[in-house]
Write a protein that binds this ligand. Structure first.
Ligand code: E4P
Length: 235
């Protein structure tokens, strides 16, 4: 499976750097990444990102928590660039399914990325409200599920099965924790994975032999022993 790699980042200099890489096919952001990157004015900052990333798909999230404002933010964000996917959380903070928001924006032909998904049940609810032509990404958060002791793989597999008839839907492996997640995403046939920059750099270096890995490990331990001047005397 040719799983596309997106870069999960909101820092402008990183977007500049990773936008030049062929391996990076798109970008995802979220309000926490925007805050971490120092964004103060959401619209202004997003426009700066879009000035760098003009062609590759980029997801920008709504931050409203009610139906009306989610829709109005979604419609505005959509006008900022033709490569924009409007990111909408699957529920709001009161655990109310955002189906009405998803349905309305999807009907309006707005490309969406439905985020914070953890189960195939949620995927089914999303598929039930969308059409079969406007592009929709469904982001399943693998790492955070794993952090909570849940295996995300069955949810991916079921979600992919459910969305098979939707040519406009792509399942995205979100919340990456290690480079190996890329191979897992490929193995199960996930269409997209979104990866933080430092992990993309590790993926680019895939392919070291076991011999090289052993030598690097042994040399690292030896170097640290020497730096600490470890000694075992006879006493
Ligand atoms: C996805 O679009 C999210 O921005 C991201 O993958 C979240 O990952 P985290 O769990 O590392 O915050």
């Amino acid at each position: 499976m040719n799983t596309k790699i997106f870069c999960d980042i909101a820092e402008l200099d990183q977007i500049k750097k990773f936008n030049k890489k062929k391996i990076v096919k798109g970008f995802t952001t979220n309000p926490s990444l925007m805050r971490k990157a120092g964004a103060k004015d959401y619209k202004n900052y997003s426009k700066k990102i879009l000035n760098i990333c003009k062609d590759k798909p980029i997801s920008l999230e709504v931050f409203a928590d009610d139906y009306k404002n989610m829709i109005s933010q979604g419609k505005k964000i959509n006008t900022w660039g033709k490569n924009v996917y409007v990111k909408v959380p699957v529920v709001n903070s009161k655990n109310i399914f955002t189906g009405k928001v998803i349905k309305e924006l999807n009907n309006d032909n707005i490309k969406l990325n439905i985020t914070a998904v953890y189960s195939a049940k949620q995927t089914k609810k999303i598929l039930d409200v969308i059409n079969k032509k406007t592009k929709v990404i469904i982001s399943i958060f693998a790492g955070r599920a794993g952090d909570a002791g849940k295996d995300p793989i069955p949810e991916f597999i079921k979600s992919m099965k459910l969305s098979k008839k939707f040519k406009n839907v792509e399942i995205l492996w979100a919340s990456v924790r290690e480079p190996y997640n890329y191979l897992q995403a490929k193995q199960i046939g996930c269409q997209i994975i979104t990866v933080p920059p430092s992990i993309i750099e590790k993926i680019e270096k895939f392919g070291k032999s076991s011999k090289k890995l052993t030598l690097e490990t042994v040399n690292g331990f030896l170097k640290d022993s020497r730096k600490s001047k470890f000694k075992i005397d006879d006493k």
